[in-house]
Design a protein around this ligand. Structure first.
Ligand SMILES: Cc1cc2nc3c(=O)[nH]c(=O)nc-3n(C[C@H](O)[C@H](O)[C@H](O)COP(=O)(O)OP(=O)(O)OC[C@H]3O[C@@H](n4cnc5c(N)ncnc54)[C@H](O)[C@@H]3O)c2cc1C
Length: 434
C-alpha cells in the first residue's frame, strides 16, 4: 500500500503505477449458480476508486485488490484513523473479515458476546434476552472498539497493493472522475464506489433523522457484577436507555474496555451539557446501580460523544459507473447492531458481482443480491427502534407486556438469534454463502 497526500499531486494527474496486485489474502471463494458463473467470461480487471476508508470501503478495497483490480481509496482524514466507540460485529460480518485476513486480529482485540440482556429500570423486569447460541456456545457477537476494528481491517489493506489518498475530501463523482474539495480531480475510473458513510456527498439518499441518539464513551472494564460476555442494557420506558458493552482491548493497550452509552433526544445534548456531570451520574446510578463503576470513570463531559441516527434506504444503490455501499446506501439506528455488518456484506456482494459480471450488469447484480436482506433489516430496525428509543408511552408497555413474553416462547428465541446474527435471510442472494 502507498499513501498519497494531496499536495504531491498536480490536478488531473493519473496517480497509478502499473504494479501487480497483492494476492496474499485471496481467500474468498464464490459458489454461485451455473447461470451466474457463465457470466464470469465477461469478467475483467477494473480501475476502481473508493470514496471513504471506513469499514465498508477498506474491506471492499482489500476484496477487490485480491481479485486483481487496481484500487485507489480516498478519505478526508489526515492519517487513517477510526472515529467513535464500540460496536458488535455479528457472525456474518466476522466471516467477511475472515475473507480479507482481518478476522484473527479482530478476534484477538475484541471480546466475544454470548448474550444481550436488558431490563426495565422501574421494576427490574427483563425486557430483552437474546442468546447467540445458548446450547452450543459456538457463534457469538464480536464486541470491539472501532479503533481495534479499524486496526484489523487497515492492517489487511496495508498488505495489499492499494493506493490510499488521505486529506482527500470527495465532493463529486461523475463520468468516472473523482473530484476533491481541494480542486484536484482523479481518474478516469471504470467504477467509483461510494463508501463515505452516513454523510456521503455522493449518495442521493435523503434519510429521515431519528428522534433519539445517544452519547457514547469508552472506559476501563471495572470491578463489576455484570458478565464480561454480555451486552447489558437498562431502560426507563423508551426515553432512557443505558448500556455497557465489554469490547476487549484497544491497539497498544492491554486493559479491557467497555463502551458505554446513554440515549438522548436528538437535540438533547446541549441540555445534558448544561445539566452537568453530577446530575447525569446520579440519575444514571439511581436508574441502574450496577452502572456506577462505569459512570464514575466519566470525569469530564467531553469523554462522551453524541451520535445522532437517521433511517433510509436507496431503492437503487447504483447508477452507471457509481455504486453506493454501507451507510451511503442505507442508514438505520444501531438498535439491531447491523450497520457495520451491512457494510461488510455489501463489500463482499459487490466484489463477487464483479467476479461474474461487468459494468452496469455487475452493479445490478450486487443490488439484487443485497435487496431483500437490506430491506428486511431496515424494516425490522424501523419497527424495533421506537420500542427502545422514543417518547412513546404505549410502545414500551407493548414491549414489556406482550412482545418480550412472546419472544421467549419457541420459535421466538431462535428467530431473535437469527435476526441478531444477520442470518434471517440469505445475505448474498445468488452470490454464494458468506
Ligand atoms: C454510535 C454508533 C453505534 C453503532 N453500533 C453498531 C453496532 O453495534 N454494530 C454494527 O454493525 N453497526 C453499528 N453502528 C453502525 C456502523 O458504525 C455503521 O453502519 C458503519 O460504520 C458503516 O460503515 P461505512 O463503511 O458505510 O461508513 P463509515 O465506517 O462511517 O466510514 C465512512 C468513511 O468515509 C469517510 N468520508 C466521509 N465523507 C467523505 C468524503 N466526502 N470524502 C472522503 N471520505 C469521506 C469518513 O472519514 C470515513 O472514514 C453504529 C453506529 C453508531 C453511530
Amino acid at each position: 500500500m502507498r499513501i498519497i497526500l494531496p499536495e504531491k499531486l498536480p490536478p488531473e494527474a493519473p496517480e497509478f503505477e502499473n504494479r501487480p496486485n497483492g494476492q496474499a489474502y485471496a481467500k474468498d471463494r464464490i459458489a454461485v449458480s451455473a447461470t451466474v458463473a457463465q457470466k464470469g467470461r465477461m469478467t475483467r480487471h477494473h480501475f476502481i476508486a473508493i470514496a471513504g476508508a471506513g469499514i465498508g470501503g477498506l474491506t471492499a478495497a482489500a476484496l477487490l485488490a485480491d481479485r486483481g483490480h487496481r484500487v485507489a481509496v480516498f478519505d478526508q482524514f489526515t492519517s487513517p484513523k477510526p472515529v467513535g466507540s464500540g460496536l458488535v460485529i455479528q457472525p456474518v460480518g466476522q466471516a467477511v473479515l475472515d475473507h480479507i485476513g482481518a478476522g484473527d486480529t479482530a478476534r484477538r482485540l475484541g471480546n466475544p458476546i454470548q448474550r444481550m440482556l436488558g431490563h426495565e429500570a422501574e421494576n427490574g423486569r427483563k425486557v430483552l434476552n437474546v442468546w447467540y447460541n445458548k446450547r452450543h456456545g459456538g457463534q457469538h457477537g464480536l464486541a470491539i472498539h472501532r479503533a481495534s476494528l479499524f486496526e484489523a481491517i487497515y492492517t489487511a489493506v496495508k498488505q495489499r497493493d492499494i493506493t490510499m489518498h488521505t486529506q482527500s475530501c470527495v465532493t463529486d463523482a461523475r463520468s468516472g472522475m473523482v473530484r476533491l474539495a481541494n480542486g484536484h480531480a482523479h481518474g478516469p475510473f471504470d467504477l467509483i464506489i461510494d463508501s463515505a458513510g452516513a454523510g456521503s456527498p455522493l449518495s442521493p439518499l435523503a434519510s429521515e433523522p431519528l428522534p433519539y441518539g445517544a452519547i457514547w464513551g469508552t472506559v476501563d472494564w471495572p470491578e463489576t457484577s455484570l458478565p464480561a460476555n454480555q451486552l447489558t442494557q437498562c431502560y426507563r420506558r423508551a426515553d432512557r436507555m443505558i448500556g455497557a458493552l465489554p469490547i476487549g482491548t484497544m491497539p497498544g493497550d492491554s486493559t479491557p474496555k467497555a463502551a458505554i452509552f446513554w440515549s438522548l433526544p436528538r437535540d438533547g445534548h446541549a441540555q445534558w451539557m448544561a445539566d452537568g456531570l453530577a446530575a447525569w451520574r446520579s440519575e444514571a446510578i439511581a436508574l441502574w446501580p450496577a452502572f456506577a463503576p462505569f459512570a464514575e470513570q466519566i470525569t469530564t463531559q467531553d469523554q462522551m460523544t453524541m451520535a445522532r441516527y437517521a433511517h433510509g434506504t436507496l431503492r437503487q444503490p447504483w447508477s452507471s459507473g457509481l455504486v453506493h455501499i454501507g451507510d451511503a446506501a442505507h442508514r438505520a439506528s444501531p438498535q439491531l447492531g447491523q450497520g457495520a455488518n451491512m457494510a461488510l456484506l455489501d463489500a463482499l456482494a459487490l466484489a463477487r458481482a464483479l467476479d461474474v459480471a461487468t459494468g452496469d450488469a455487475a452493479l445490478a447484480l450486487y443490488a439484487k443480491a443485497r435487496r431483500w436482506h437490506v430491506m428486511t433489516y431496515q424494516a425490522m430496525s424501523a419497527a424495533f427502534t421506537p420500542q427502545y428509543q422514543s417518547d412513546s408511552r404505549w410502545l414500551p408497555v407493548l414491549r414489556d407486556r406482550l412482545l418480550y413474553p412472546l419472544s421467549q416462547v419457541p420459535p421466538g428465541p431462535r428467530a431473535l438469534t437469527a435476526i441478531v446474527c444477520g442470518t434471517m435471510l440469505p445475505p448474498l442472494r445468488g452470490l454464494g454463502r458468506v
